[in-house]
Ligand binder design. Structure first.
Ligand code: 13P
Length: 340
């Protein structure tokens, strides 16, 4: 465990005005995304699409790291450079998704537990050699009638803690992602309660497994109203409730917190981050680690056509820029119109 390397990596991930691109969609998730633009989900199309994102000129000003999917670590740019090497040369940290997906949790209807611990030590050693310096694991918590159960929170927290310990042992920064889904008709109060319980269980398990809080990054969902709830909370309320929960649960020793977008619109995800980052006196830097909220406009501009690559890069650069500003609390809605 190289503590200096872990500290350097974690600090770079959340450096001022920069955040992380999540480009680690599984082949199944890519299939859904590509279907929406009528593009076949072939290995070459996945390479071409991710390549255009990574090679976007000057995007490293706002992007500190990229979460890759296993397949992508072996793919190359049009010029034949392996993606992890290309990103590292550009000053962007390559990261890797290491979980193998959320599966039904036995005897807990409607709930999931994330798998992927078997063989993880060996896989991490391989990813380190390939240049990956951080690794993500996503746990999925669903809000519904009588759920999440204690069993679900405990099982996911335990898996997150074991994965985080293995990452630190391998000198790879764990990016722990317990995602409370926004699907459902629950209130924002319920989301706040569940997010707090999830984070409490996660940090308790990590303490029990000797995980070093100085050497990890939390990737969390925001506290928002359920998608189908009639009362959709405004930006300020989301920001206040999210930060309140984080202050209650996340140790100040931790180098930083990043957010997932979770199905929020592109601009909402930016506005929420901006409102939180603008708050004074927070113990940790806050930034983004979005997939959909960074990629959607680029994907829609690309439409699977090489001729649209420049337009897609422009759209990606714009969202990265807006979120880079939001991470410093310097974003304004007018800036969106200026680019339109
Ligand atoms: P979204 O920003 O689309 O929620 O994706 C982030 C992520 O990495 C999910 O695991």
């Amino acid at each position: 465990m190289d503590q200096q390397l872990l500290s350097r990596t974690a600090a770079a991930m959340v450096a001022k005005g920069r955040g992380v691109l999540a480009a680690d969609e599984s082949a199944g998730t890519c299939e859904t995304r590509f279907k929406s633009i009528n593009t076949p989900c072939t290995e070459e199309n996945r390479r071409a699409y991710r390549g255009l994102l990574f090679t976007t000129p000057n995007v490293e000003r706002f992007i500190s790291g990229v979460i890759l999917f296993d397949e992508t670590t072996r793919q190359k740019t049009d010029d034949g450079v392996l993606f992890p090497d290309y990103l590292a040369r550009k000053g962007i940290l390559p990261g890797i998704k290491v979980d193998t997906g959320a599966k039904n949790l036995a005897l807990c209807p409607g709930e999931k537990v994330t798998e992927g611990l078997d063989g993880l030590r060996e896989r991490l050693a391989g990813y380190f050699k390939a240049g990956c310096r951080f690794a993500k694991w996503r746990a999925v918590i669903t809000i519904g009638a009588g759920i999440p159960s204690h069993t679900c929170l405990y099982a996911n927290a335990h898996a997150l803690a074991r994965y985080a310990a293995l990452c630190q042992e391998a000198s790879i920064v764990p990016m722990i992602e317990p995602e409370v889904l926004l699907d459902g008709d629950h209130t924002i109060e319920r989301c706040e309660e569940v997010t707090e319980a999830t984070l409490r269980a996660t940090y308790a398990a990590m303490a029990a497994h000797n995980v070093s809080f100085e050497h990890l990054i939390l990737k969390t969902s925001m506290v928002v109203s359920g998608k189908a709830n009639a009362r959709q909370a405004g930006v300020e309320e989301v920001a206040e409730r999210t930060v309140r929960v984080l202050k209650r649960t996340v140790p100040a020793a931790q180098p930083g917190i990043v957010f997932l977008s979770g199905g929020q619109s592109d601009v909402s995800a930016t506005a929420h981050l901006n409102a939180m980052a603008a708050m004074k006196g927070l113990p940790w830097p806050l930034t983004f680690s979005y997939s959909r909220a960074l990629q959607n406009p680029a994907l829609n501009a690309w439409k699977g056509q090489a001729a649209n690559a420049c337009a897609a890069q422009k759209a990606f650069h714009h969202r990265a820029h807006m979120n880079g500003l939001a991470a410093e609390g310097k974003w304004k809605p007018e800036l969106e119109k200026a680019a339109a």
